[in-house]
Design a protein around this ligand. Structure first.
Ligand SMILES: [Zn+2]
Length: 132
């Protein structure tokens, strides 16, 4: 799907921004956004994330912290990038120094068009209103 309304296998309108850290650490080693189920899924992760976890005690030591909840997936994606910029988690690649243009334009993950999800907090609608 690329219409910005929903993505296969994930609940529409229930987006979270989450941080991953090892128990006892204050710093997040990864920040992401997506469904809450995705937040807790440690298997389908980048090699950088897997290697970080495996060299520090494994999945059982990972703490998943839900940082924010949004209805709009583009809003969640934007906030993910803002928090990556602030916290600089070491396994994130995008968003460390600047926010990719597509995200600033209101595109959710895997979408080529600006979000029009209809949620009250829709970031796509906010960008639309700004450029009018
Ligand atoms: Zn939206």
């Amino acid at each position: 799907m690329s219409d910005g309304h929903h993505r296969d296998g994930e609940s529409p309108g229930g987006e979270v921004v989450y941080g991953l850290r090892m128990q006892g650490d204050e710093r997040f080693f990864h920040i992401g956004s997506g469904s809450e189920r995705r937040a807790h899924d440690l298997n389908h992760r980048s090699p950088a994330v897997r290697s970080f976890i495996e060299t520090r005690g494994g999945d059982a030591r990972v703490e998943v912290v839900i940082l924010e909840r949004h209805r709009c997936p583009a809003r969640a994606r934007l906030r993910e990038m803002e928090l990556v910029g602030r916290h600089q988690p070491e396994t994130n690649t995008f968003g460390r120094s600047s926010i990719p243009a597509g995200i600033l334009h209101g595109r959710p993950k895997r979408s080529k068009v600006r979000c029009s999800c209809g949620a009250p907090d829709c970031y796509g609608a906010e960008v639309d209103a700004r450029s009018r």
